[in-house]
Write a protein that binds this ligand. Structure first.
Ligand SMILES: [Zn+2]
Ligand SMILES: [Zn+2]
Length: 422
């Protein structure tokens, strides 16, 4: 394999054709593992070696089962299944055998629940690599992230004799909905890392630019609340029922009315409310899907506590049973200056890069859970944005990005490794 744009484009297009949603990236994980194995210098960790099941967020068994069945149809290498133990994602460990630092890199591998456009001018349609998995699409660019991760692995293989220390390349499942990082962090697999780096392609930055220090990563918690009531005849005996729909409706307005924390910005959104069984029946089941955010963990934790209080208070008030489930999480994170400076220097050495831009992220990304874990153990972390022109916004059916920037991404990561482990 040559480390050049044609290899990177080949990988990106291959992964683009087989998009898989969070926690069901079986074909993707096996394919990544096949490539890593062929490089001959990585130990490949999977399953509970990298996942702490207690911290797995938002993983629905029906989605996992369907994903696995699909992956087999796509011809995944089933030899990896035992090792995966039902969990997707993998960590590639390179050990130089020489004393030195440990660097962890993280690339997310899941797709978005979006159906790819059929517009004949959309490049994946024109060039024949559009999604074959109806209802799913790599419309966030994680196919690019996988590619940059594999490209960096290939660089390591080609330069293995010149490196010291260790590299751990995390191919993380289920970033969408900020669901996958907590379980990997809690497994402890990157607790020994001295440095951590991750990035997003495109986002708000065009080709030729890098945002080395995006600000305002929001802490967030994604929560499901379910109410379970008791049915009754809506005309003859409404007093005998316990109304889950009404409980949920009251919960929505109370949740949006949480008194805001005085020390900083917060958000709440109930995005989904499902309830009811029939027009003339007192409703027995209701589900709310919501998220809170805060400019830091303290404010986000306050919002989460308030949500839990309201969920409970409503259940008492309406005489309905309830349960809550945390289905995703991310934290705020500040990049370490040493790594920001390094990424800026390396980026500006790339012929394609002409400027380092500034940006307030004002969103959440669960790489921060991993970055903060490394920082809490005394290491340093960075999350940066690799500019790439795009044809539409992220998560849109028309999304596509400038593949020329894949090589820039690999150059930045390999540049980092050269500086930290060379
Ligand atoms: Zn996304
Ligand atoms: Zn993304």
């Amino acid at each position: 394999m040559n480390l050049d744009l044609s290899q990177l484009t080949h990988w990106r297009r291959e992964f683009h054709r087989f998009p898989e949603t969070g926690w069901s990236e079986f074909w993707t994980t096996a394919r990544i593992a096949d490539y890593l194995e062929s490089l001959g210098c990585f130990e490949i960790l999977m399953g509970e070696q990298i996942i702490n099941p207690e911290f797995v967020r938002g993983r629905k068994q029906a989605v996992v089962d369907k994903g696995l069945a699909n992956a087999k149809v796509y011809g995944m290498n089933e030899k990896w299944l035992d090792k995966m133990g039902g969990y997707t994602g993998c960590v590639a460990v390179f050990d130089s055998g020489k004393p030195g630092k440990t660097v962890a890199l993280r690339f997310d591998i899941d797709c978005v629940n979006v159906t790819e456009t059929t517009d004949p001018n959309h490049i994946p349609n024109k060039e024949g690599f559009a999604s074959i998995n109806e209802g799913f699409m790599h419309s966030c660019g994680h196919d690019g992230h996988i590619t940059i991760g594999l490209g960096t692995a290939l660089w390591i293989a080609q330069n293995r004799d010149k490196l010291t220390g260790k590299v751990k390349i995390v191919f993380q499942p289920a970033e969408e909905g900020t669901r996958g990082a907590a379980a990997i962090a809690a497994s402890g697999v990157i607790d020994d890392a001295d440095y951590f780096a991750s990035s997003h392609i495109s986002f708000c930055a065009n080709s030729g630019t890098v945002i080395a220090n995006p600000r305002n990563f929001l802490s967030t918690t994604k929560i499901d609340i379910r109410y379970h009531g008791k049915p009754a005849h809506a005309g003859a005996a409404p007093h005998l029922g316990c109304n889950a729909l009404l409980a949920a409706a009251h919960a929505v307005t109370q949740l949006h009315g949480i008194a805001r924390h005085g020390e900083g910005m917060s958000r709440i959104n109930v995005g989904v409310l499902k309830a009811g069984e029939g027009r003339n029946v007192i409703s027995t089941e209701a589900e709310l899907q919501l998220e809170v955010r805060g400019e830091n963990k303290k404010i986000n934790d306050y919002m989460t506590e308030q949500v839990m209080q309201i969920a409970k208070g409503i259940s008492i008030g309406f005489g309905v049973a309830y349960e809550t489930e945390i289905v995703g999480e991310a934290v705020d994170m500040n990049n370490d200056a040493e790594l920001v400076q390094l990424v800026e220097e390396i980026a500006l050495q790339q012929p394609q890069i002409h400027s380092i831009d500034d940006y307030a992220f004002n969103a959440s990304e669960d790489a921060t859970v991993l970055g903060r874990r490394v920082q809490d153990h005394g290491g340093k972390a960075i999350y940066f944005i690799l500019g790439a022109d795009r044809t539409a916004g992220h998560h849109e059916a028309e999304f596509d990005f400038d593949e020329n920037q894949l090589i820039t991404g690999v150059n930045i990561y390999s540049g980092l490794l050269q500086h930290l482990l060379g």
